[in-house]
Design a protein around this ligand. Structure first.
Ligand code: TRP
Ligand code: ZN
Length: 473
């Protein structure tokens, strides 16, 4: 409708001239019409069912430039984060998510802006106000010690100090510990990190190492993550690391950083990275990023691994299976990301099933044997395991066994139902069609029905939406 692109003021003048009333009627302006801004505050969150404050309304982040100096000895950070965003409504106020240390200065474009903090919300009042479609920057200067965040299940994330640096992980809500932003998986952006640390310490970020320069006893590492990334997958992990650079047979650069105390125990899992990437590429389609690798740190109080984009992070020396799981997430989780956290099985079920396939591929148990075993379908029907709904496990059980094991079982059962040809085409197409995007369980069901030509309502009802041990499907 071209006419709607006329300015609201012009329409009011024309109407006023016709019926003989005063012309200026700004309240009648069409919402969002150019030249007739209707300013309001952006929403404080995107309304995720598990973390309703995460993300923000009214703008879309394009890029984060995160620059900081960190001293492991004092745990002090001095940081400047610059966010580039596009307004999606006329804004007189907007929020960011931030749980980090004290802010000394905040600017929108080049103008100092008023701000207030309320829990994880950083409320910004830009002046001049922002118009829909406008590209703007927010520059936030802050200093202090970034916090450790405790999750609903009691585990630690955010900025977790180690004996030689910091283990930095953000799933599902740790990213705002160290940078302000829009902390929901649906607002992906590119990232550049500039991390300055004492000479001899390494700072390992997502993406490619652009430069590493040492001056006056401090080294600055610049990392560039050119493919879009959800905030929860960002890391700049710091410590003593033994760094190795190589490449997969098809030429994808590999950067591994391993705590020197863990090099020997980790050697086997690290040596499998090229084979794992090649095998998964053959089953899931092309590796979705321009580099790969791993960060193997010593963070005994963390106790889990995370699929940080391009370089999964491990809090201890990983098994080959855990390495395979985190690398599988690069396709399912990092490139193809859930639209809401309740769909976490699209991450964990796929990564777990990928590991079953890897185990079979390397001569271990077949996927069918793993499906049958006592951690999976072999669990007694009376086990409490069967009392959690796959497609809505709750925030406390997001990383419990159901999204992983029932998720992988669901995929294996689906494979049995629709046959190998349709199943393997489905999971490849799923990775291609949703590459670098967001999607959900309903879309997966539609894709599965399309790939198989079958009505899968009853199948997914039993496996994904109902409690109880599926008996037939
Ligand atoms: N997504 C991680 C994996 O499966 C696990 C994970 C991330 C996790 N954050 C967590 C586990 C918090 C427990 C608590 O590889
Ligand atoms: Zn996982």
């Amino acid at each position: 409708m071209r006419i709607s692109r006329l300015s609201g003021a012009a329409l009011a003048v024309a109407a006023g001239a016709l019926i003989g009333v005063p012309a200026a009627q700004p309240a009648l302006a069409a919402p969002g019409a150019p030249g007739a801004p209707r300013y309001s505050a952006g929403a404080a969150g995107v309304g995720d069912p598990y973390f309703p404050d995460q993300g923000n309304g009214g703008f879309d982040v394009q890029h984060y430039d995160i620059a900081f100096a960190y001293d492991p000895a004092t745990r002090h950070m001095d940081a400047v984060t610059t966010i580039t965003a596009v307004a999606t409504q006329d804004l007189d106020q907007f929020n960011l998510d931030f749980r980090g240390p004290e802010i000394s200065e905040l600017k929108v474009d080049k103008h100092p802006a008023a701000f207030a903090r309320d829990g994880q919300e950083l409320i910004v009042t830009p002046r001049p106000k922002l118009k829909s479609g406008q590209v703007f920057t927010v520059t936030v200067k802050y200093a202090g010690t970034p916090p450790v965040i405790t999750d609903p299940d009691g585990s630690l994330e955010g900025w977790v100090p180690t004996d030689d640096g910091a283990f930095v992980a953000g799933e599902p809500q740790g990213a705002p510990a160290w940078f302000p932003g829009s902390d929901h998986p649906t607002d992906k952006a590119t990232f550049t990190f500039h991390a300055t640390v004492p000479e001899g310490i390494t700072a390992v970020g997502n993406g490619s190492l652009v430069s590493q320069t040492t001056e006056n006893g401090r080294t600055t590492f610049v990392w560039d993550s050119a493919e879009p990334m959800a905030t929860y997958l960002a890391t700049v992990t710091i410590g003593n690391f033994t760094v190795t650079e190589s490449a997969t047979p098809s030429g994808i650069p590999i950067y591994t950083a391993v705590d020197p105390r863990l090099v020997t125990q980790s050697a086997n899992a690290v040596s499998k990275i090229p084979d794992i990437i090649e095998y998964f590429s053959s089953v899931f389609g092309p590796y979705p990023f321009s580099s790969t690798g791993a960060i193997i740190d010593r963070a005994p109080n963390v106790g889990y691994a995370l699929e940080t984009q391009t370089k999964p992070i491990f809090s201890s020396s990983p098994s080959v299976g855990t390495m395979a799981h985190e690398l599988a997430h690069q396709w399912y989780g990092d490139s193809v990301t859930p639209t809401k956290w309740s769909d976490i099985w699209l991450n964990e079920g796929f990564a777990t099933y990928a590991t079953w396939l890897w185990t079979e591929h390397t001569g271990g148990a077949t996927a069918q044997q793993t499906f049958n075993n006592s951690s999976n379908y072999g669990r007694a029907a009376t086990s409490s395991f069967w009392q959690t709904v796959l497609a809505d496990p709750g925030s406390v059980d997001m990383f419990g066994s159901v999204p992983y094991n029932r998720g992988a079982m669901t995929l294996h059962a689906l494979r049995g139902k629709i046959g190998d040809t349709a199943f393997f085409k489905l999971i490849k197409d799923w990775a291609a069609e949703n590459r670098h995007g967001n999607t959900d369980t309903a879309a997966f069901i539609r894709s599965a029905e399309k790939a198989s030509g079958m009505d899968l309502t009853a199948f997914f009802d039993v496996w994904a939406f109902q409690k109880g041990k599926p008996a037939s499907w």
